[in-house]
Ligand binder design. Structure first.
Ligand SMILES: Nc1nc2c(c(=O)[nH]1)N[C@H]1C(S)=C(S)[C@@H](COP(=O)(O)OP(=O)(O)OC[C@H]3O[C@@H](n4cnc5c(=O)[nH]c(N)nc54)[C@H](O)[C@@H]3O)O[C@H]1N2
Ligand SMILES: Nc1nc2c(c(=O)[nH]1)N[C@H]1C(S)=C(S)[C@@H](COP(=O)(O)OP(=O)(O)OC[C@H]3O[C@@H](n4cnc5c(=O)[nH]c(N)nc54)[C@H](O)[C@@H]3O)O[C@H]1N2
Ligand code: SF4
Ligand SMILES: [Mo]
Length: 704
């Protein structure tokens, strides 16, 4: 007899999002995914990626068994092996490498914001290697998290869930209507804008979010620091800051006032290409029509001045008192325990050995929020053996051949390894270079908790395993089994032990949370009124002594991007336009989903957006194929000619490869934005961020 259909509540993780979902299971198979109407976050809505889950999970090219390479590296020929054989062999190789060259010669890479994110850190600590990384971090989210902690003593997120809706939303290099990142979903943003919040978009493109805003500041990529300093200048000079809040709750106001006195809107207009009147109008709206929130995005971290750019923006909240009051940016509640990452298991000597840790103190040093290694340095160690060799890479859920800057360099680095293990769902241009491929579970095959929004952790949801597909396994379980074989500390603890430990403050076990699906206590506002902000001065720090002690500017400063029309006028003839890369597309998550028919159909080709003014001068019409070139290489893109972009700027998708083509390359050199980018210095001095936006480029129509 056939089973009847069962319905389970879980959380979608096709993107970072966290939409609560109903999973329909019949005869051990996932038949449908529908939005869960009970979640205050997505309230019965999901995007097309999440709704495509059954198509992704049972996709014919998904890999369902562990594979071992036969033939030379990158020949893309494989044989199927059992889990036991795969894990025994990998553990043996890791063991020899750690004995011969020390655990630091084993690097662990992972993809952005995955369910196993913190477990990878736990594994690295227990193995004793300081060299784990994620392609975000220096270039994604760590600057926002760190600066928030340094400035306000905690992470802030927009308040869409209380009684008061934000009156003004300033979208800064951020397109949440499409991206809904880091557990801050797109749906509440859309609801707020619909309910009348005044949106201001600071973006070189009139993005999907900008189109719903009342004001658009079409900025030159890479100049957000200048724009933020000018807005601070307006707010202070016009006396429209929150005097009571500034007086009682901030430190360094007079120095800030002095510091920004020359950063006038006129000064910023020349740098940012945004008319001074618009800068003034945006600053006034944000400061006067309160409560206001700043939705800041990843664009402000894709620059080698990430620390100071994020700091400059963060001061605006302090100047206007838009912190932890209803409808403003609120401080996180962190309602469950942090993941037990076994920090104390990493030997002291190893902390010093972390690649990039000494140089980029807020990425990898002792003051770092989540100390990790600097990717360009790790890759260099693979190629050159300096400062010491990196011989193995365990890559859990990342596609560095497509997502890390300078793909050629990534390729040459990976080819030099003694051992490359890739855990993924599909054969990618990265996985094709591996010695072992481990088939990873997809979100309906995973037990985890998910905290929303990330880092703030104001709510917690249960993600639950409802089906088994092939021999695929959850990444954490793979890591636990590897840890057991290597006799690592902590390997006796099961996933369930860890989940129950984290949930203890709520008086719940994971089994109980699964039944309830979520816990979302009411927010406690104005927490600072009790004990002050959790900074050394107990105030919002305009002037930050901690930064000064680490050797960084205690006040935010402007720095022209290294590759720019102003800094490299000599490149003007060959590369006359400003290039920005990677604005997200609803249909794809980074390099994923190009093989998912229903999604690819909606966006079949890689695109470059450009203004008619520059398209015309090259004889390019909408839909033409063009070359986009930078000082590093050339790729093919389909032109989208549109008025919705600042003239002089070319915006290209990132993440492109072609799963339908032959491996091992799968066309990875053809339309991949990171053929055009560079991971060479200069880097942000604190985080090691490199430049992905605001580079220089040229365009050319392809012959038919
Ligand atoms: N569908 C989908 N959702 C995603 C992802 C995905 O791949 N697909 N990725 C996830 C991840 S890891 C992240 S980090 C987030 C990122 O999400 P967001 O922070 O929203 O980032 P993007 O879409 O990359 O860029 C946002 C906007 O910045 C603009 N922009 C480009 N350069 C600049 C600049 O120099 N200054 C300013 N002010 N604006 C600029 C772009 O035009 C774009 O509209 O999205 C997450 N969500
Ligand atoms: N030029 C340019 N480059 C960029 C950016 C940009 O804007 N411009 N954005 C950068 C940013 S912000 C980020 S965060 C990075 C993202 O970089 P990555 O994290 O490397 O991005 P993905 O393409 O999502 O790679 C994830 C891989 O993991 C697999 N996968 C999915 N789920 C799982 C799972 O649960 N387990 C395992 N083992 N595998 C899984 C997918 O199939 C895919 O191959 O890209 C960065 N690269
Ligand atoms: S927004 Fe993200 S979490 Fe929500 S349905 Fe789409 S992919 Fe899933
Ligand atoms: Mo990211």
């Amino acid at each position: 007899m056939k089973d009847k259909e069962e319905i389970f509540k879980s959380v979608c993780r096709v993107c970072h999002g966290g939409c609560s979902a109903l999973l329909f299971v019949k005869d051990g198979k996932l038949t449908r995914v529908k939005p869960n109407p009970d979640s205050p976050f997505n309230r019965g809505q999901m995007c097309i990626k999440g709704l495509s889950t059954p198509e992704i999970i049972y996709h014919p090219s998904r890999i369902l068994t562990p594979l071992k390479r036969v033939g030379s590296r990158g020949s893309n020929s494989w044989k199927e092996i059992s889990w036991d054989t795969a894990l025994d062999e990998i553990a043996n190789k890791l063991d020899s490498i750690r004995q011969e060259s020390g655990p630091e010669s084993i690097a662990i890479g992972q993809g952005t914001g995955r369910h196993h994110f913190t477990h990878v850190i736990r594994f690295a600590n227990s193995l004793g290697t300081p060299n784990w990384y994620e392609p975000g971090l220096a270039n994604c989210f760590i600057p926002r998290i760190t600066v928030s902690h340094l400035t306000y003593g905690g992470f802030v997120v927009a308040d869409y869930y209380g009684k008061v809706t934000p009156k003004t939303i300033l979208f800064w290099g951020h397109n949440p209507v499409v991206t809904g990142p880091d557990g801050e979903l797109s749906f509440p943003v859309k609801r707020a804008l619909k309910a009348g919040s005044f949106g201001i978009a600071i973006d070189p493109r009139r993005s999907e979010t900008a189109k719903r805003c009342k004001m658009w500041l079409p900025t030159r990529p890479g100049t957000d620091d200048a724009l933020a300093l000018a807005m601070a200048h307006v707010i202070i000079n016009q006396g429209i800051y929150d005097k009571e809040f500034v007086e009682r709750w901030t430190k360094g106001f007079n120095r800030l006032k002095e510091h920004v006195s020359n950063y006038t809107p006129k000064w910023a207009e020349e740098i940012t290409w945004v008319p001074a009147e618009k800068i003034v109008a945006a600053a006034r709206q944000y400061a006067l029509e309160k409560p206001s929130v700043i939705e800041w995005g990843v664009a402000i971290e894709h620059t080698p001045n990430s620390l100071q750019t994020v700091r400059a923006i963060s001061l605006l909240r302090g100047l206007t008192g838009n912190i932890d009051v209803p409808g403003s940016d609120i401080l996180g509640m962190n309602i469950i325990r942090p993941y037990p990452v076994l920090k104390d298991k990493l030997p002291k000597g190893m902390i010093k050995k972390r690649i990039g840790g000494e140089q980029f103190k807020l990425l990898g040093g002792f003051r770092a929020f989540l100390p990790s290694a600097h990717i360009p340095g790790v890759l260099k160690a693979m190629r050159t053996g300096k400062p010491y060799p990196i011989r193995a890479l365990l890559n859990f859920g990342s596609n560095p051949m497509v997502t890390i800057a300078n793909s050629k360099e990534v390729y040459n680095s990976l080819l030099n390894l003694d051992l490359l293990v890739v855990a993924d769902m599909f054969m990618t241009p990265t996985a094709a270079l591996a010695d072992y491929f481990l088939p990873a579970a997809f979100w309906p095959e995973v037990n985890q908790t998910i905290e929303l929004p990330y880092v703030a952790e104001n709510a917690v949801f249960a993600q639950q395993k409802v089906v088994q597909v092939g021999l695929c396994r959850q990444d954490e379980e793979i890591l636990i089994d590897l840890a057991k074989r290597l006799n690592l500390p902590g390997s006796e603890e099961t996933m369930e032990d860890i989940l129950n430990y984290r949930l203890e403050p709520l008086g719940l076990t994971f089994e109980e949370l699964k039944k309830r699906s979520m816990v979302f206590p009411p927010h406690e506002y104005r927490k600072f009124e009790k004990n002050g902000f959790r900074t050394p001065s107990k105030k919002v720090e305009f002037f930050c002594n901690a930064l000064e002690r680490l050797g960084y500017d205690p006040m935010p400063t402007y720095k022209e991007p290294p590759e720019s029309p102003i800094n490299q006028p000599e490149l003007k003839n060959d590369f006359p336009y400003v290039l920005t890369t990677g604005s997200r597309r609803l249909e794809f998550f980074h390099s994923e989903h190009r093989q998912i028919k229903s999604l690819r159909k909606k966006r079949p080709d890689p695109t470059a957006e450009l203004h008619p003014a520059i398209a015309d001068s090259h004889g390019i019409a909408d839909g033409d194929w063009i070359y986009v070139s930078s000082p590093r290489g050339r790729i093919k893109m389909k032109a989208v000619v549109t008025e919705d972009i600042q003239s002089g700027i070319v915006n290209i998708d990132h993440g492109w490869w072609f799963p339908e083509r032959e491996g091992p390359d799968f066309g990875v050199w053809e339309s991949n934005a990171n053929v055009l980018t560079s991971s060479a210095p200069p880097y942000d001095p604190a985080f090691g961020s490199y430049q992905l936006r605001g580079l220089l480029c040229n365009i050319e129509k392809m012959a038919d």
